[in-house]
Design a protein around this ligand. Sequence first.
Ligand code: GLN
Length: 190
Amino acid sequence: MMIGVLALQGAFVEHIKALESLGATCVELRQAKDLELPLTGVVLPGGESTVQGKLLRELGMYDILKQKIEQGLPVLATCAGMILLAEHLSNDDKVHFATMPITVRRNAYGRQLGSFRTYGDFAGLGSVPMTFIRAPYIEKVGAGVEVLATVDDKVVAARYGKQLALAFHPELDVQESVAVHKLFRQMCKE
Ligand code: GLN
């Protein structure tokens, strides 16, 4: 199993550590050529979606990766990564891969509550720690999207086929739980 972790910007190292602790081999995706590797899955980490989207296009990775996702390559997308997958952004005109029928609000918790940690029920996994950092949430889900977790009535995790999108950062809580990464590893095996 070879998981490509988008390593242009943001919190990618923590994902690599989490997945390697579960026995997966990870490669950093930094340029278009890296996408030629026989990937079994891909991680879109947190960070700044605007920067990531711009770099993906400048480096010629955007079209290739979008096509792979559309063809069913399993994706774990956290925070900024979820913004990259969203078909619609309620407070931004610029969408990116737009492969998942969800409407996402960026920086949805405002400045005051921008970052917080809580526990939430995750479908099939029970209670998991959830760290939010200037987080988005999902305002609307389209047909075929399964809601996996809500916090205060806001959707913070959802799945659409092989695309798993999270508003929070499971890679920052691996000391306590690797349940979400295990779920993704399972999706890559199916
Ligand atoms: N606020 C960031 C964005 O809009 C996402 C924050 C994160 O990934 N922690 O891209």
